[in-house]
Ligand binder design. Structure first.
Ligand code: SF4
Length: 361
C-alpha cells in the first residue's frame, strides 16, 4: 500500500516528459536567437519544483553554449564604507541604516594596491572598486583615476568601478583612466523602485548606465531579489537589462541585515533563487551572470546548482558581510567539474551542439 501511495502521488511519466520538452524547446528558441518575451520569462519563475531539474538542464545548454564549463571570479573591495546620504532600504551603508558596520573614507592607494594583489591571488580577473555614495566627489574621482592605471600596470586585472550615479563627464574620465566597466545595479523594476529608495530614481540609474555606455565603458548591472517585489518586477528588470545590453549581471539575494529597513524581509527559498538565475540566463543568454551577495544564505546547499545557470561568482567577502571561504568556492567549482577562467582566451570553446534539440526532447 505504501509504495502504491508514493506512485499515485507522483506526476505521471508523460507529464515529466512534457516538462522536459517544454523547457528544452524554450532553450532551443533562445539558442536559435529568439528573445524571450515577458510571458516566457514569467513561466520560468512560476515553474514548479517538480520541473526544476528540467529547467536547469535546459538553461545549462544556453550557459554552456556561451561559456563552456568556466567560472569567472570577481573580487569586491569596499573602498569607502558607510556614510552614504542615500536611503536604499536594503543597504547597511545608507543614512537610514543602524547596522553595525565599519565606516571609513576612501582607502589609501597602498591599501587599494594590496587589495588588488589579493584579487589576483584569489584567481579573480576583475577587481571591483566600490564606494558608498550617491555619486563620487571630485576628490574621489581624482583618487580612483590615479589608482586605476597603477593597478593595471602592476596586475593583470580588469577594473570595475562602482561609484554611484555618474555624469557623462565622469563616465568619460573613468574610461580615459582605464576603467573597463562600471557597476550600477538597477536593483529592481522601475515600478517597485520607490518602495526601496526615495532619494534617487530608477531613471537616475538608467541614465548613469547610458552615460557609461556612451563613454565606451562596459556595463555591469543587476539586482536584488527577495525585497518584496513580484515576479513581474523581476522579469521587467531582466528585460530592462537586456534592452541596455548589459554585459555583466550580478544577481543578489537579499541579505536582510539587522538595522536596515528590510531587516525583517525574508521571502526566498533556494529553488526560487535557482529559478531567478535560470530566468536571467534565458532572457540575457550571452551575458555574464553572477551569483552575488546572499548566495550562501539563500541558496544554501543548492549553491553549486546555481552555476548551471550563472557563470560567475564573487570570491571572498561582500561589502559589509562575510562570504564563504575562498577554499570552499574553489572546491565547489572543482567538484562540479568546472574550471576558473581569468579571461576568454582560456575559456572552453562554445559548445555549438548546444543549439540542437536534445535527443530526448
Ligand atoms: S547609494 Fe549605494 S551605498 Fe548608498 S545607500 Fe544606496 S546602495 Fe547603499
Amino acid at each position: 500500500m505504501a509504495s502504491r501511495k508514493i506512485f499515485s502521488g507522483a506526476a505521471p511519466v508523460a507529464t515529466v516528459a512534457e516538462y522536459s520538452t517544454r523547457w528544452h524547446s524554450m532553450a532551443s528558441r533562445v539558442l536559435a536567437g529568439e528573445s524571450l518575451d515577458k510571458t516566457d520569462a514569467l513561466a520560468v519563475l512560476e515553474s514548479t519544483d517538480l520541473e526544476l531539474l528540467d529547467v536547469l538542464a535546459a538553461v545549462w545548454r544556453v550557459r554552456h553554449h556561451f561559456f563552456g564549463s568556466t567560472v569567472q571570479l570577481f573580487f569586491l573591495m569596499n573602498a569607502k564604507s558607510g556614510l552614504c546620504p542615500e536611503d536604499c532600504g536594503y543597504c547597511s551603508q545608507s543614512k537610514v541604516s543602524e547596522a553595525e558596520i565599519p565606516r571609513y573614507n576612501l582607502l589609501s592607494a597602498p591599501k587599494l594596491l594590496a587589495a588588488a594583489k589579493l584579487a589576483v591571488e584569489r584567481q579573480s580577473k576583475t577587481f571591483c572598486i566600490v564606494i558608498s555614495a550617491r555619486g563620487p566627489s571630485e576628490r574621489e574621482m581624482d583618487a580612483v583615476c590615479r589608482i586605476v592605471p597603477e593597478i593595471k600596470q602592476q596586475y593583470d586585472l580588469n577594473i570595475c568601478a562602482c561609484l554611484g550615479l555618474l555624469t557623462p563627464q565622469q563616465a568619460q574620465r573613468l574610461a580615459a583612466a582605464g576603467v573597463d566597466k562600471v557597476n550600477h545595479n538597477l536593483n529592481t523594476s522601475a515600478r517597485f523602485y520607490s518602495e526601496i529608495c526615495s532619494t534617487h530614481t530608477h531613471a537616475d540609474r538608467v541614465a548613469t548606465l547610458e552615460a557609461c555606455r556612451s563613454a565606451g565603458l562596459e556595463l555591469c548591472s543587476g539586482g536584488i531579489i527577495g525585497m518584496g517585489e513580484t515576479h513581474e518586477d523581476l522579469v521587467d528588470m531582466a528585460l530592462e537589462l537586456r534592452r541596455l545590453n548589459v554585459e555583466s549581471i550580478p544577481l543578489n539575494f537579499l541579505n536582510a541585515i539587522d538595522g536596515t529597513p528590510l531587516e525583517a524581509t525574508n521571502k526566498l527559498n533556494p529553488r526560487d533563487c535557482l529559478r531567478a538565475l535560470a530566468m536571467m540566463r534565458l532572457v540575457n543568454p550571452a551575458a555574464e551572470i553572477r551569483i552575488a551577495g546572499g548566495r550562501e544564505i539563500h541558496l544554501g546547499s543548492l549553491q553549486a546548482m546555481g552555476l548551471y545557470a550563472a557563470n560567475s561568482m564573487f570570491v571572498g567577502d561582500y561589502l559589509t558581510t562575510q562570504g564563504q571561504l575562498p577554499a570552499a568556492d574553489y572546491r565547489m567549482i572543482e567538484e562540479l567539474g568546472f574550471t576558473i577562467t581569468r579571461g576568454s582566451e582560456s575559456a572552453e570553446p562554445p559548445c555549438l551542439s548546444g543549439a540542437q534539440e536534445p535527443t530526448h526532447a
